[in-house]
Design a protein around this ligand. Structure first.
Ligand SMILES: [Zn+2]
Length: 389
């Protein structure tokens, strides 16, 4: 399997082994999780399934960022305690990902790793990598000539993107506009924790450095997340990793593109989203899963169309019928083609179209090859469609 590494700027052959790890940055907040998020989550799930089918043992870690900025104002707006909102969100998300066959081995929560975040920040401070402005601890990027090597953004673009995505490049007193928050004082109603450098809460990026180290060890073979996390989140995470001893080394940074809808990137702020919740209320969860995969390519994205769910329901019914038939045409060419699409940057949409070919031939012409139904069942298994709910 080849995956495009954002940092190295080229496709990298994934080395199959019996101790691999895949770390994926999860979705927060869940109430607005949309089909674009599902396509991304399914991408990494399919990668893990495919690697396992090739003999790998893969540990999948999908973190939950439960001490996060977007949740704080919402709890205030809804006038409910912060942790009530978080528990609601997390249990809904867990129920839905189970229905969607989105598996992981561990789902670490940021709130359960505060102590380790505090010690990581202390380690950075001891190494001269932090400074404070009014209780906020910043990570100092100036000693790190490699800052920017994950995203390849130039400085102006980094500053602008940081401003758009919750950073504070314009705050007075910062040594560098790109220095980012490791720890900050909590506002009333926000979660807060004790730390030697003051009571408060962690910044956005420190959690992933700590959780990846704790749950994947020194090596993350594949680090995933949406393309919108390349900067600042993953750039900052990589900088933090470099500043610590015994930190994680990432083999491949593989990002999945955002999905378009009505001509623009699906986003809550633009209002052009199709909520996962709404689809799951109307369709079988395997139909929803197949709908999100059927036209998606992690490298290029794709456009969501409203008829995809109905189309997927029909497709799933056909695939299931073909998988239950006794014979079909010689499956070998299509089988090779299917896996070559999957192994080329998880070209999901193309792989689905190739599978359709074998399914259609089986249902239309039949055949005399008893391997075909098994091959179709394997396609469904690697795409995570094995249970129809
Ligand atoms: Zn992350």
């Amino acid at each position: 399997m080849r995956l495009y590494c954002t940092k190295q700027g080229r496709d990298i052959e994934v080395a199959i082994s019996d101790h691999m790890s895949l770390y994926v940055c999860g979705v927060t907040p869940y109430d607005s999780a949309h089909t674009g998020h599902l396509a991304m989550a399914a991408t990494y799930d399919v990668i893990a399934r495919r690697l396992r089918s090739l003999g790998a043992r893969v540990r999948v870690v999908r973190n939950i960022t439960d001490v996060d900025d977007p949740l704080l104002p919402r709890a205030a707006r809804l006038n409910i305690p912060y942790w009530d909102l978080v528990e609601q969100e997390v249990s809904q998300w867990n129920a839905d990902i189970r229905r969607l066959n989105l598996t992981s081995d561990v789902e670490p929560r940021a709130s359960q790793h505060i102590d380790h975040m505090v010690s990581a920040i202390e380690e950075m401070s001891a190494a001269g990598r932090t400074y404070e402005i009014e209780g906020t601890i910043y990570f100092r990027i100036s000693p790190d000539s490699r800052f920017g090597e994950v995203s390849h953004f130039d400085r102006a673009r980094m500053v602008e993107t940081s401003r758009e995505r919750g950073g504070d490049p314009d705050r007075a007193g910062k040594e560098d506009p790109l220095d980012f928050i490791l720890w900050q004082p909590s506002r009333p109603g926000e979660p807060q924790y004790d730390a030697p450098f003051g009571r408060g809460r962690p910044g956005w990026h420190i959690g992933c450095s700590v959780m990846s180290r704790e749950h994947c060890g020194m090596r993350v073979d594949i680090h995933g997340g949406g393309a919108d996390l390349i900067f600042p989140h993953h750039e900052c995470e990589a900088a933090q990793d470099r500043s610590m001893q015994h930190s994680t080394d990432v083999g491949i940074w593989f990002h999945s593109a955002l999905l378009d809808y009505k001509g623009e990137k699906m986003s809550k702020s633009r209002g052009n989203i199709v909520l996962a919740r709404d689809l799951l209320a109307r369709y079988n969860s395997m139909t929803v899963r197949l709908a999100t995969l059927s036209h998606y390519t992690p490298r290029g994205g794709g456009e969501w169309q409203d008829h995809y769910a109905d189309e997927a329901a029909e497709r799933l019914a056909k695939w299931t019928r073909a998988a239950e038939s006794q014979y079909g045409p010689d499956p070998r060419r299509v089988e090779a083609e299917f896996y070559s699409r999957l192994d080329n940057n998880v070209e999901l949409g193309e792989a689905v179209a190739v599978a359709d070919e074998l399914v259609d031939q089986t249902l239309t012409y039949g055949g005399s090859d008893s391997r075909t139904p098994r091959v179709i069942r394997d396609f469904m298994a690697v795409l995570g469609l094995e249970r129809s709910r």
